[in-house]
Design a protein around this ligand. Sequence first.
Ligand SMILES: CC(C)(COP(=O)(O)OP(=O)(O)OC[C@H]1O[C@@H](n2cnc3c(N)ncnc32)[C@H](O)[C@@H]1OP(=O)(O)O)[C@@H](O)C(=O)NCCC(=O)NCCS
Length: 150
Amino acid sequence: MTPAYATAIVTWRYPEPYHWYDMVSADPAELVDPASGYFALLDGDSLIGFRSFGVDGQVPGGPYDDSALDTGGGLRPDLTGRGLGREAIRTGLAFGRERFAPAAFRVTIATFNLRARRVVESLGFRNVGRFDSSTDGRSYEVLVRSETLR
Ligand SMILES: CC(C)(COP(=O)(O)OP(=O)(O)OC[C@H]1O[C@@H](n2cnc3c(N)ncnc32)[C@H](O)[C@@H]1OP(=O)(O)O)[C@@H](O)C(=O)NCCC(=O)NCCS
């Protein structure tokens, strides 16, 4: 992640009902901080999305433990809905596997977001639970993909 990429990402705005993913109050400096676990996703020189590894992928109130590495992210808004997400997330998982070698990956997805669920389920993630966020009460699903059984 670079300051320029981070500055661009916080300006991204998703069409409804995905506007919940807008990083409206995010500080670009936080995205650049290596401790935050954000990585830019590039196609050549072009910024096409980002992936995150670590607590950024968690939603407050979820049933988290240390058995899996949380991962999250997003495609650039104009690239969504075109069948590109699977390759984007697959690329992120391959990177995360090489860099962090987790026993499993975990994703937390808003229950309404069937589009994201379809993509991660096609990549081998399986639902392990549902909870309501302790901050805004919204419903979320937790899905896990074991890396040791692959
Ligand atoms: C989530 C994300 C990776 C999905 O990738 P995408 O390329 O936009 O998704 P696709 O266009 O491939 O759609 C995936 C599937 O969902 C289906 N779909 C799309 N909208 C849908 C809806 N409203 N309800 C049910 N299914 C839907 C598509 O038909 C497609 O089905 P298929 O698997 O049979 O081909 C991408 O949209 C993204 O990064 N969005 C940012 C905002 C966001 O939702 N973040 C979630 C982070 S967990």
